[in-house]
Design a protein around this ligand. Sequence first.
Ligand SMILES: C[S@@+](CC[C@H](N)C(=O)[O-])C[C@H]1O[C@@H](n2cnc3c(N)ncnc32)[C@H](O)[C@@H]1O
Length: 206
Amino acid sequence: MAQDLEAAYGLDTPDDNIALYRDWARTYDAAFAEDMDYVLPMHVAEAYRDGGGTGPVIDLGAGTGLCGAALRTLGISPVTATDLSEEMLQVAEGKAIYDRLFTGNLLDRLPVGDGTFAGAVSSGTFTHGHVGPEALPEVLRVIRPGGIAVISVNAAHWSDKGYDAAIAALEGVEATWKEVPIYGAASKGAHAKDLSRILTLKRSVG
Ligand SMILES: C[S@@+](CC[C@H](N)C(=O)[O-])C[C@H]1O[C@@H](n2cnc3c(N)ncnc32)[C@H](O)[C@@H]1O
């Protein structure tokens, strides 16, 4: 629903996110993802597969599980989910996609050890009002040397928040990106043509 998307883009703090997604969780899949023809989670999952990504993989800002479901469709498992919103994760849990789900704040330290996962994915979470480039070191911390993270970054948010400089400052990482549409042909409204950059970060082995 367009008004939910505008509200989401206008958020400021993690507490704002928790409050908005508490109310949005039940209708997110039908009234947002289906209505807007939200294709971004599959773009992220395909880029993860094409980059050689395997399980175990963590879905960061997993929400209701759309990216996890796309990974499973592509035969990638096991998948772990983390999100700030308990209510979004409850919807995801009902789909039986993830081996493990836990609440966590990407802008803080996630409750997992260094190098726990072969890789990480994130769709729709690095965007206006949500999570910025300051979270990239935490993403890299939880994946193994040689692993990859595939993260969608809203294209306008990329410029606003200085992702070029933040990526250049990361050590021991090879970064590439490509631009994709967030929504499919059936989408309507002011955000129908919005773009996202699919950022792939590959941690060096040594
Ligand atoms: C637009 S939804 C995307 C959900 C899902 N990945 C998808 O593509 O449908 C953004 C998600 O980011 C989560 N989020 C926002 N800030 C976060 C943070 N600091 N740490 C972890 N998750 C966060 C929200 O709770 C929400 O579930």
